[in-house]
Design a protein around this ligand. Structure first.
Ligand SMILES: [Zn+2]
Length: 458
């Protein structure tokens, strides 16, 4: 059988199983698995072990310090690449419940979509990968390449143990590339391949002068104002041109490659529409930077909140005694979370030693895979074969995902191939997955395995 015929046979199987595959998704979404509330997590992990063992994968539930990981493997294609497919089986809490049209754990179909908590984020997406594997095994009795499936149970609480887990089980996770189906397709509805994500760190600045609020007449000009102290400090951290002025902040920023610049320029954008929908008259400084260049290639310093003093009706002639600021920084390759926190801390110590600097423990490194990766071609072919449409290439996801555990700990290229509709309402009430997107996701997963089976190492 020619190779395209062998994929056609798998497509035919998938197309014929539409009803059954939908029933399987409905059944999967019926069971809550809320990591934040420790509800149904272990049961769901065990259910997955049963399902994956049943389709012929060697599967185990591996403990972490909290919720267990599911690891399944099929490695009977010597000489072929090994793909590590990542997903997460935990879901967000469903609150506020009264905003759901149908209950979050009673999956319901309306207008060609399935509504349920976790259906897009991420149960429908990793189930699509699983059903793609199952379909290949059913039709051909084997897979075209080697597969390791890694399903996490605490992504929705910030993946606190995945880095430690991957470091500890490096030998069990040896692969040539990692692929994650998560998040929505491009806003235009086009399929998309994402090559990384920005990292993130959080910190807080606290300033206290007097031991209580005082009269702004009785003490103004004598007692220092903590809000002014923080305003002056913040003004030394970013200038009006939009440059972050912390010593050494940009030292490790990797300039984008020509392929990355081209890919960012090719992403569709209706800027007037974006600005209108946000009620914006201008974009943030620097004015001359491209929209996606900002989101893919530049780090940020964001003031999330500034608190202190009086904010009630009328006026109050008070001189407040304390104030604080919360900030986050989005990092790009190859900035390092600990290094940047140290630089911010040194900046604060130099410019305002009386301000307390508190770094949050949680943070995430950025990750990046070059678009010039040899796996770009098979991934693109998989989208065309499965969906009849070229995928857009996005040099980065703009938010933060733990892709660095693959690129930095395992040292392999990592790709995100979202299957969900752009309006999946993940994390919100009425989360949904377009049934066409789900079906296309299964087909794309199948085509991906097929293309990797054809892959010739460079
Ligand atoms: Zn999520």
């Amino acid at each position: 059988m020619s190779s395209s015929k062998s994929l056609d046979a798998v497509f035919n199987h998938i197309d014929g199983q539409r009803e059954d595959f939908l029933a399987r998704l409905i059944e999967y979404c019926r069971h809550p698995s809320i990591s934040a509330e420790n509800l149904g997590i272990r049961e769901t992990g065990e259910r997955l072990v049963g399902m994956l063992t049943g389709i012929g994968l060697e599967t185990s539930l591996i403990e972490t310090e909290n919720h267990p990981m599911v690891v399944a493997r099929w490695e009977k294609a010597p000489g072929k690449p090994t793909v590590l497919l990542y997903g997460h089986y935990d879901v967000q809490p469903p609150d506020p419940l009264d905003k759901w049209v149908s209950p979050p754990f009673e999956p319901t179909i309306r207008d060609g979509r399935l509504y349920a908590r976790g259906v897009g984020d991420n149960k429908g997406q990793h189930l699509a990968q699983i059903l793609a594997i199952e379909s290949h095994l059913k039709v051909h009795g084997e897979l075209p390449c080697n597969v390791i499936l890694l399903l996490e149970g605490e992504e929705e609480i910030g993946s606190p143990h995945i880095a430690g887990f991957v470091r500890k089980h490096k030998d069990k996770l040896k692969a040539d590339l990692a692929v994650t189906a998560d998040g929505p397709r491009h806003a235009s509805g086009a399929p998309m391949i994402k090559y990384g994500s920005r990292g993130v760190i959080y910190f807080e600045l606290r300033c206290k002068h007097a031991n209580r609020d005082v009269h702004s007449g009785g003490f103004g000009g004598v007692v220092p104002n903590p809000i002014w102290t923080l305003v002056h400090l913040l003004a030394t951290m970013k200038n009006e041109a939009g440059e972050i002025t912390i010593d050494g902040f940009y030292d490790d920023v990797e300039p984008p490659s020509p392929e990355e610049i081209e890919a960012a320029a090719n992403l569709p954008l209706d800027l007037p529409k974006v600005m209108e929908s946000l009620g914006l008259k201008r974009l943030d400084a620097p004015a001359d930077l491209g929209y996606f260049d900002r989101l893919c290639f530049r780090p940020t310093l964001t003031i999330n909140g500034f608190h202190g003093g009086y904010g009630g009706p009328g006026s109050k002639t008070v001189l407040p005694h304390e104030a604080f600021v919360k900030c986050d920084i989005r990092l790009v390759e190859a900035q390092d979370t600990a290094d940047i926190l140290r630089k911010v801390q040194a900046h604060v110590a130099k410019h305002a030693p009386e301000v307390e600097f508190i770094a949050a423990e949680k943070g995430m490194l950025p990750s990046k895979t070059p678009i010039a990766s040899p796996y770009t071609a098979p991934l693109r072919r998989a989208f065309v074969a499965a969906q009849g449409e070229e995928a857009l290439l996005s040099p980065a996801g703009f938010g933060s995902l733990p892709g660095y555990v693959f690129t930095k700990i395992l040292g392999i290229p990592a790709f995100v191939t979202p299957y969900a509709n752009p309006d999946e309402a993940n994390h919100a009430p009425n989360e949904n997955l377009d049934l066409e997107c789900y079906h296309n996701g299964i087909r794309t997963g199948a085509a991906l395995l097929h293309e990797l089976g054809q892959f010739q190492r460079p």
